[in-house]
Design a protein around this ligand. Structure first.
Ligand code: ZN
Ligand code: ZN
Length: 333
């Protein structure tokens, strides 16, 4: 009676540098503490490119995707905080050990024994996904499935980077893609001035930034018209670090928000002098999720999405690689 076993469709990466293959598998059964969702939408993040390219550690074969919006269709034993039918978000941090020194001091984003959705455990480029229920977030009712998906990484990492950037009024965003277009809306609503830096000549992204209310938009090779209080780098380009240091005032901070970046070139100490700082943002904590995914925070953001059917995942990744996505790509099973 094998035809009675429910099956799922997944886009699977079998190793670094390989494109995704469509596969059919039995729908997994959630273990104790896990939940099973029917995937409603899954965002396509730059980190998925790093997984497919082998730039960061991943367990192949792997189903990428860590911006999952799904509806719970089964619960493993021992977890009843969520009800069947609840719409949840499954983010990048799939599990943290809870016992290492980082977890104990409230920095589970730096856990020594983490699991990452779509990299070390299967993600959401599929019709179904299982997750550790404790690391999932309820999705506010006002948000559509597609609009909510990019919030789960682009939005969340942007939020964590924004909080690390400090309270300054003028903030530069280097790389105006999925994360920046979400964060810009939120920061502008909170009265900040946003300076958008794009690839040289990307007038479409600059026009998009102006549309969203950014104070200034220009090329990442240009200096901003005013010195900035902080800069956040979403583009995975190391040469932007010294460029951003030159763009911030004394005491200013440069926040590197990407998981992977090309090498940072040498630069004169004078550019760091004046108590300027360079910091990185790694992963997320559950507190980032609960403080961000609220109706009065993320609920006010209108994410600009470019939908693709699940089967076109390779095409979505290729478009992202070429910088040809305005806003965020989202897969629909
Ligand atoms: Zn830990
Ligand atoms: Zn991501």
């Amino acid at each position: 009676m094998t035809h009675d076993i429910p099956h799922m469709t997944a886009m699977v990466c079998h190793g670094p540098g390989q494109s995704l293959h469509t596969e059919t598998r039995p729908v997994p059964t959630p273990r104790p503490g896990e939940l099973l969702v029917e995937v409603l939408a899954c965002g396509v993040c730059r980190t998925d490119l790093h997984v497919v390219d082998g730039d960061i550690p991943a367990s192949y074969p792997i189903i990428p995707g860590h911006e999952i919006v799904g509806r719970i269709i089964a619960l493993g034993q021992g977890y009843d905080d969520f009800a069947l039918g609840t719409r949840v978000g499954i983010p990048w941090l799939g599990h943290a050990c809870g016992t290492c020194s980082y977890c104990r001091e409230g920095r589970e984003n730096l856990c020594d024994h983490p699991e990452f959705t779509g990299a070390t455990r299967d993600g959401g480029y599929a019709t179904h996904a299982v997750a550790d229920a404790r690391f999932c977030f309820p999705i506010p009712d006002g948000l559509g499935d597609l609009e909510a998906a990019p919030l789960l990484c682009a939005g969340l990492i942007g939020w964590r980077a924004y909080r690390m950037a400090g309270e300054g009024a003028r903030i530069g965003l280097y790389g105006f893609g999925a994360a920046a277009h979400i964060l810009a809306q939120l920061a502008i609503a909170q009265g900040r001035e946003i300076y958008a830096f794009t690839s040289p000549g990307d007038t479409a992204a600059q026009a998009f930034a102006h549309q969203l209310g950014c104070t200034w938009a220009g090329s990442s090779t240009q200096p901003p018209p005013e010195l900035l209080d902080a800069a956040i780098l979403f583009a995975p380009v190391g040469s932007l670090v010294p460029a951003a240091l030159k763009a911030v005032r004394k005491g200013g901070r440069v926040v590197c928000a990407g998981i992977h970046m090309s090498d940072i070139p040498q630069f004169p100490y004078a550019d760091l002098w004046g108590e300027r700082e360079i910091v990185s943002v790694a992963n997320l904590t559950r507190e980032d999720g609960t403080s961000f995914l609220r109706p009065d925070v993320a609920g006010r953001v209108k994410s600009h999405v470019v939908p693709f059917p699940l089967a076109k995942a390779n095409e979505a990744l290729a478009r992202l690689r070429e910088g040809k996505i305005e806003g965020a790509a989202v897969l629909i099973p």
